[in-house]
Design a protein around this ligand. Sequence first.
Ligand SMILES: *Cc1c(COP(=O)(O)O)cnc(C)c1O
Length: 412
Amino acid sequence: MNTKEIADLQKNYLIPTYAPAVALVEGSGTSVWDAEGNEYLDFVSGIAVTNIGHCHPKMVRAVQDQVEKLVHVSNLFYNEQQPRLAKALSELSGLPGAKCFFCNSGAEANEGLIKLARLWGSDKGKYEIVTMRQSFHGRTLATLTATGQDKVQKGFGPLPEGFVYATFNNLQSIDDAISSKTAAVLVEALQGEGGVIPAEPEFFSSLRKLCDEKGILLLCDEVQCGMGRTGKWFGFQNYDAQPDAFSLAKGLGNGFPIGAIVAGQKLADIFQVGHHATTFGGTPLACAAALSVIEVIEEEDLLANTMMMGAYFVEGLCDIALKHKQWIAQVRGLGLLLGLVLDVPALPLQKKLLGKGMLSLATAGNVLRLLPPLNVSQEEIDQALKWMGEACDELHAEMAGLSPNPCRCGIR
Ligand SMILES: *Cc1c(COP(=O)(O)O)cnc(C)c1O
């Protein structure tokens, strides 16, 4: 089928919740191809999902081997892959005594974290969760309520009770939001959907202290910034404080649907038999896929590559930002979760890049989010920078009468 045929079929039979641009039919590494055979440089990675690139041979082999052996048994029975993956994540987390629960998506992982915090607080009269405005936690009723943005909540009321909003990177506002009913504070170490905004180091460590003082939990949503994306296994590892528990999904299965809760000692044994469950959670197939992702990140030293390529990319992006300082405000992010912050909407730039053969993502209105796979090469970044430079020059020429703006270019 060509793109038009696919789009027509979709228009007739899919509930129109999405507005896709191109029909993609094949992928390999950092490249994807559309139905007409055009190649694109993929700097979206399925929104921080395909972190080891498309169709990595090691993952293909792991999934093929497991699919021929055993796909699903339910959690009425043991399957070896599940505790093996849990052990790997527990060790990587650095949280002493951490244990895992597996599910199928980011929203579901956060939903589980919320339930875990509520059960922990149930004998103390604590159930409220403080979350951040401009955060993103998912689209189920509880997680869209946790998501402090009107645009995802409008029309879906009544919303579940027990969520209170505060301002990210503002400790005082969190302190103000905490009451005797607060069970937990839930934050992203780096807000992805909110506009690629990293936590300030001082904010993150003070938040840990504040939660300890108040006797409440600190929970991290690592769905987007986890699994190596920021150059550390988990986003919070860029800071000198640890959460009590965190959620994972996106990059965990490199596209195979799997989510997880990783709970440190304090929360590891709160859920008991019957408290929480999901039929597809931790199937042998999903866990084999995730185990292969972890192996590839370790064997190919992709955390180091993420740091190195991230720094290289930032340098090139700063050159572009400086050249167009009238309308490019900042380059920010961690590792390979980067944002080019514009003073104008980011969608026209995203569209120009698509026309040149590069996938990128406009977010929070004026931020161009860039998420190449963690094994991206320097040549691929050079190609992306070349196209971005050209696209920005073209946009610059189209925008007349801009008043000069001081450039705040720099990382963090
Ligand atoms: C994408 C995302 C989610 C939701 O994950 P789904 O798998 O789409 O349910 C939650 N939190 C963060 C930070 C995300 O980026």
